[in-house]
Design a protein around this ligand. Structure first.
Ligand code: OGA
Ligand code: NI
Length: 357
């Protein structure tokens, strides 16, 4: 009998990857010749390359002159038509981007024991979470991804709880992307008739932030599984830094076709999340996306999820409704919305139905 088979019979994959903290990185480094069954996705959830089209890609927007109305318009147009775009000349120093990528490798290169100190069961705080897959207990098949998720509360809280291996660089990425995020939100809300982002609105749009570090290790039989399954983000906006490997696919709005998001050195990917789709009463689109597993390369990404605060009530903005639109979403407590997302496996655009009238 082949050694891989003998091993699969005696070796508890889930215990090793999920409970002991080795993650899929640990599985990858065992050099398995074939994908463990637990990671084999139903055919509908795998990426069917015949549905990937290459005649379009998402817009790439140069943010260096936002006083030019054409630039603001292209941000709004992209958010209506694609829900996704990339930005260059965004003002976040390239050094900060390089350092947070290095930090991601530094964190994941640690031992399983060290990383597992931050697991759901072991971490002294809910704001720091190391894990693997998405919700291993709710999924029929697991996803080929490890992650560290850091909810930002304050410098002091980060000093106390965030992993030393990446804390400073993660905080620096959060801090130095702040101005870009505000500029994007000013441009986007102007089209929603918001004249000024006052403190209350600022809190509603970007009152809390979460930074994730994702690690997608090299995978045996990548075509049988997925890095991240079809989902839309629950954020207002997501700011995503990816490396040069590629593998992020975005659904072309109102079609069954998918578009690859090509890595561009120094660029940042921006996407609209469900919260802004709801607040804009459906004008801006939170679009489904997924990540392929890769047979040849490890991939990392670092998203910042810009969110309302957990206790905020979100719904179509007053300014949108006052301009005469009929609301298609109700007011929901943001933390209820997020709980709904995490209770289930990834299911494409299913989450937003929770807020539909
Ligand atoms: C996510 C996500 C994409 C990527 O974390 O929500 O969609 O490229 N990530 O890692
Ligand atoms: Ni996402």
């Amino acid at each position: 009998m082949a050694p891989a088979m003998a091993m699969a019979e005696t070796f508890d994959i889930i215990n090793y990857a999920v409970h002991q903290g080795h993650g899929v990185k640990g599985l990858s480094e065992l050099g398995l010749k074939s994908l463990p069954n637990q990671y084999v996705q139903p055919i509908d959830e795998r990426i069917d390359m015949t549905t990937v089209i290459d005649e379009h890609s998402i817009p790439v927007i140069d943010m260096s002159d936002l006083s030019d109305q054409k630039v603001a318009d292209s941000i709004c147009d992209a958010s209506e038509r694609w829900g996704f775009f990339q930005v260059v000349n965004h003002g976040v120093p390239l050094k900060v981007l390089d350092e947070v990528k290095e930090s991601t490798y530094r964190f994941f290169s640690q031992s399983a024991e060290e990383k597992n100190k931050h697991s759901k069961d072991n971490s002294p705080t809910n704001n720091v979470r190391f894990g693997t897959s998405f919700t291993p207990h709710a999924e029929k098949a697991l996803e080929w991804k490890d992650f560290l998720s850091l909810f930002y509360v304050s410098q002091e809280e980060a000093d106390a709880y965030w992993p030393q291996a990446c804390k400073d660089d993660a905080l620096e990425f959060l801090k130095s992307s702040e101005i870009m995020i505000k500029k994007l939100l000013v441009a986007l809300t102007q089209r929603l008739n918001v004249k000024e982002i006052d403190e209350e609105k600022e809190n509603l749009l970007m009152g809390s932030k979460r930074i994730n570090m994702n690690y997608y290790p090299k995978c045996p039989n990548p075509e049988l599984t997925i890095g991240v399954g079809r989902h839309s983000d629950v954020s207002t906006l997501t700011i995503l830094l990816q490396d040069q490997v590629g593998g992020l696919y975005v659904r072309k709005l109102e079609t069954d076709s998918w578009i690859h998001v090509p890595p561009i050195e120094g660029a940042i990917v921006i996407n609209i999340g469900d919260a802004l789709q709801i607040m804009s009463n459906g004008r801006y689109k939170s679009v489904e996306h997924r990540v392929a597993a890769n047979g040849n390369h490890n991939r990392i990404s670092v998203p910042i999820f810009v969110n309302p605060r957990p206790n905020d009530v979100i719904g179509p903005l007053r300014e949108v409704i006052e301009s005469g639109e009929t609301p298609i979403y109700k007011q929901v407590l943001y933390s209820d919305y997020v709980k709904h997302f995490f209770r289930k496996a990834h299911d494409g655009k299913g989450t937003v139905d929770f807020a539909k009238i």
